[in-house]
Design a protein around this ligand. Structure first.
Ligand SMILES: *Cc1c(COP(=O)(O)O)cnc(C)c1O
Length: 455
């Protein structure tokens, strides 16, 4: 085939496309990469596209690359701890502490009075222990890391068996499975009981010279009811202590305030209560019900916490200074005399009255006016999310948008392309926006995004 008859002749050059693409403020090497990949794919295709179609394809690919950047969104789902949307928003004070600290040098590992090397996180850990009524505390990157670290630290040579109920071999979120975690930690899993029933006797029979610890895991994202049984913490603690075996509980969400103070919400496990009932060591997440930065918090008996901090793996999962600064602010807020709930955005959202949500909804609906879609106010049930209180419903107020001739999923896609993107709930015949997880200062932005749909 002659060069000028080549079927790919119609494909524009990279430079040509580079001049014509819409500006996505993506770094130039990334734009070039997308153009090359798109052209590569087109060359392999038997029907070579028109230059205009090629440019459209490149623009679409650039847009989807730009959309994959981590960026703020408006959470209109009513799910308060939304793992896909960054779990919980952080309090401004915590954020400010974090940026202030990170812009400068700090006492991250410096003992100021003695002018020597100091211990990372020692103050926040002391506060955390006080907050949870524990002998000691340790802070790592996330709860999964805390779980692995404690398991590793409490195993010793032949004593590497972890006793766990079959009813607690759970999966949480994307691929976090307890049996896999135990294996990755180098533990031998010793399953006891059945899915629905595990007795104290089951645990007792499994204890041997090879037992490293007994593990309890919070079921987090589901509940079991009906013909079910598991020993109480107190009973299990009695057994464990009699046998001289540590009892460790992964609490997952780990509330620091009693969530049953909100009408309709059950209580969620609190670290202080778990320790009070005889658990030796617990771990929980910083960015679930605590409402802080991503972190894994370990609290309990000093000898076990010390073992965890001395284990070589601790070095791989320790927190950085920005997290520690934010966490310190949040922990101090919980220890302060004022109601900590006022300083934690998660609880500020829970505190919003239905009346205040309704007023905001009315304002938005009034501004929408007589546009071609139908925007109405509906009651809605939000959720806590993040594997906390899986069955609890959070009564809320939502906007319900119907545009005749446009499917709700198409509307949702348009709003996801807004700036900032708005993430709503697609229902059978409408798109729903729960106002509880939308900050009042975002109402105007939401309204503008909605108005742009009606253009
Ligand atoms: C959420 C959860 C984890 C994981 O917490 P991360 O902080 O995301 O690592 C571990 N265990 C339980 C029981 C959980 O609910």
């Amino acid at each position: 085939m002659e060069q000028n008859e080549h079927p790919n002749r119609g494909i524009p050059s990279v430079d040509r496309i580079l001049r014509d693409v819409v500006d996505h403020s993506l770094p130039r090497p990334m734009v070039l990469q997308v153009i090359r990949e798109t052209l590569e794919a087109i060359r392999k295709c038997p029907d070579i596209a028109e230059p205009k179609a090629i440019l459209a394809q490149v623009n679409a690919d650039l847009e989807s690359l730009a959309a994959s950047r981590i960026q703020p969104v408006i959470n209109a789902t009513g799910v308060l701890i939304h793992t896909n949307l960054g779990r919980v928003p952080l309090a401004s004070a915590a954020l400010q502490a974090s940026t202030e600290l990170a812009r400068q040098y700090s006492t991250l590992e410096y003992d100021l009075p003695n002018g020597q090397r100091g211990k990372r996180g020692s103050y926040v850990e002391r506060c955390l222990a006080e907050l949870c009524g524990a002998e000691a505390a340790a802070v790592v990157n996330n709860c999964a890391a805390a779980l692995v670290l404690v398991l590793k630290a409490l195993m010793e040579g032949e004593r590497n068996e972890i006793i766990i109920s079959r009813g607690e071999l759970i999966q949480i979120g994307g691929g976090f499975r307890i049996p896999d975690i135990l294996e990755a930690a180098g533990a031998q899993m010793r399953e006891v009981g059945t899915t629905n029933k595990t007795s104290l006797e089951d645990y007792r029979r499994a204890i041997s010279g090879r037992t490293a610890l007994i593990l309890r895991v919070h079921r987090s994202n589901f509940v079991m009811s009906g013909f079910v049984e598991s020993p109480s913490r107190k009973a299990l603690a009695g057994l464990a202590h009699e046998a001289g075996v540590p009892l460790f509980e992964d609490l997952g969400s780990g509330a620091l305030v009693d969530t049953s103070r909100w009408a309709g919400l059950p209580g969620e496990s609190m670290p202080r209560d778990a320790l009070g009932e005889g658990i030796d060591i617990v771990c929980f997440s910083g960015d679930k019900l605590m409402g802080g930065p991503q972190a894994g918090l370990i609290v309990g008996r000093e000898s076990f916490v010390t073992k965890a901090k001395k284990h070589p793996f601790y070095r791989a999962v320790r927190c950085d200074k920005m997290i520690l600064a934010a966490l310190q602010t949040v922990v101090e807020a919980y220890l302060g005399s004022a109601d900590p709930v006022d300083e934690v955005p998660l609880y500020q959202m829970l505190n919003r009255s239905l009346e205040s949500l309704k007023q905001r909804a009315e304002k938005i609906v009034a501004a929408w006016g007589e546009r071609k879609g139908q925007l109405s106010i509906v009651p809605h049930e939000g959720k806590i999310g993040g594997g906390a209180l899986p069955e609890a419903q959070v009564p809320s107020v939502a906007l319900n948008l119907k545009v005749s001739g446009v499917r709700p999923d198409a509307l949702a896609a348009q709003l996801r392309a807004a700036s900032p993107p708005v993430i709503g709930i697609v229902e059978k015949d409408a798109l729903i926006f729960d106002l509880r997880t939308i900050f009042p200062e975002q109402d105007d932005t939401l309204l503008n995004a909605l108005l742009s749909l009606a253009k």
